[in-house]
Design a protein around this ligand. Structure first.
Ligand SMILES: [Ca+2]
Ligand SMILES: [Ca+2]
Ligand SMILES: [Ca+2]
Ligand SMILES: [Ca+2]
Length: 417
């Protein structure tokens, strides 16, 4: 941490400080690891070790990586944690209420930092089963994400990997173990030849089941001369979650834009036109990003949920939102990070299927406070404030209306009142 020498004193009344980090940082995730109400910053890098910066308040951060165990030796190995990290996501891997951190590493074992709840972490990638593929060497992992994909209330994991390594799809067994179900499913077969950077769980058809989206593209522009099955530019991959841990690859049926190969890198999700259907953004090597509008042809309902903390951090980061709808229990975490060099929007788009309302929404705030809302109608955007409940609501736009309209090239940031 140093003084920001570039700040113009005439422009800035207050002294401004910045976190100075290596030039090849590849991912950031923000979460309150120590439960003091201030969100902290976890940074991963291709060339340096992962680092954790504790938010001290007043705009100041302290590097607590050593003290918090981020730089300790890997469990079961003598060597220290090295870098080569490309993706980072926050999850609660053991449902103890403390945020844990997963890191995707390039040709090194992946990390899972389990939060002990006392300000320190234990790296358990090897004992929990996500460090290596079954019987193999460490893969080249890039983007990573976590979500409750099977309505078990537990967070499973997704890793984008190199060509011929397939995606990693790790089911959280709930007993401290993760099992990669990709090799025995369509997810593995369909992703084998792709080089997946951006990797997301997002519910594209609003049926309540998180689907899989990856942005793909090789790193060698001449790869097709060496391997005729592989191209530099690749199409994105979309797998629809059928429930019961079954996924179906539907990219080629998801519109012309999904069939266009690009040298994909980052992937992020946001409902940019506020029609209740999550849209997708791919960043592309040496070309313009691609924004894929979701036309919402399933006609399923959804609910857009934005949180505002009062006792907890204002962004509501770290809150867990449980939604009961038509007999199903959906679990969502309000969090930053995920994918590769990307940030999806914080607000949740929760798919409710054909249900006209969510029967019960329970927000568990990082402060420990709980907000319960009964019978919340679908097809609206709601702002939930800690301690108060819904403080703002608006109807979502009609998908048919927005399908014809052109999207703005850059949405202005929403003002917070
Ligand atoms: Ca904190
Ligand atoms: Ca935890
Ligand atoms: Ca879905
Ligand atoms: Ca949309």
């Amino acid at each position: 941490m140093t003084e920001n020498r570039y700040a113009d004193p005439a422009m800035w009344d207050q002294r401004y400080q910045e976190i100075v980090y290596g030039a090849s940082g590849t991912g950031v995730a923000i979460g309150d690891y120590d439960g003091d109400g201030r969100p902290d910053v976890f940074v991963v890098s291709k060339t340096e070790r992962c680092r954790l910066f504790r938010n001290l308040g007043n705009g100041k951060f302290q590097d607590v990586s050593d003290r918090a165990g981020i730089t300790a030796p890997l469990t079961g190995e003598k060597r220290k944690l090295q870098g080569k990290s490309l993706g980072v996501a926050i999850l609660d891997s053991d449902n103890d209420g403390w945020p844990d951190i997963v890191v995707g590493n390039d040709t090194e074992p992946n990390y899972l930092f389990r939060n002990r709840g006392d300000g320190t972490f234990e790296e358990i990638g090897i004992p929990c089963g996500i460090a290596y593929p079954e019987g193999g060497r460490a893969r080249a992992a890039m983007g990573v994400d976590a979500a409750d994909i099977d309505q078990s209330g537990r967070h499973s994991l997704l890793f984008g990997n190199f060509t011929n390594q397939m995606l990693g799809l790790y089911k959280n067994n709930g007993n401290g173990l993760f099992i990669d179900i990709a090799p025995t499913s369509e997810v593995g077969r369909a992703s084998l030849l792709f080089l997946a950077f951006g990797a997301l769980f997002t519910d594209v058809n609003n049926d309540g089941w998180p689907d899989i989206f990856t942005a793909n593209g090789h790193i060698e522009n001449e790869i097709n001369h060496i391997n005729r099955d592989v191209t530099y530019a690749e199409t994105p991959l979309l797998f629809v979650n059928l429930g019961k841990l079954q996924f179906k690859e539907v990219s080629s049926k998801a519109g012309e834009a999904m069939r266009r190969p690009v040298v994909g890198r980052g992937a992020a999700a946001a409902d940019v036109d506020l029609d209740g259907n999550v849209d997708l953004l791919i960043t592309v090597n040496d070309a313009k990003p691609v924004l894929l509008r979701n036309n919402g042809e399933t006609k399923n309902n959804s609910l857009r949920i934005t949180l505002r903390g009062t006792k907890s951090n204002r962004s509501g980061i770290g809150a867990v939102v449980d939604i009961k709808v038509a007999g199903a229990n959906l679990n969502r975490m309000y969090r930053s990070g995920s994918s590769y060099c990307s940030q999806s929007e914080l607000p949740l788009t929760v798919g409710l299927g054909k249900a006209a309302k969510a029967d019960l929404i329970t927000v568990k705030w990082p402060s420990g406070a709980v907000t319960e809302l009964k019978d919340v109608p679908a097809r609206q955007s709601i702002l939930i404030e800690e301690g108060t409940g819904i403080v703002k609501q608006a109807s979502l736009r009609s998908p048919s209306a927005t399908a014809q309209a052109s999207l703005p090239t850059a949405a202005p940031p929403q003002r917070r009142s």
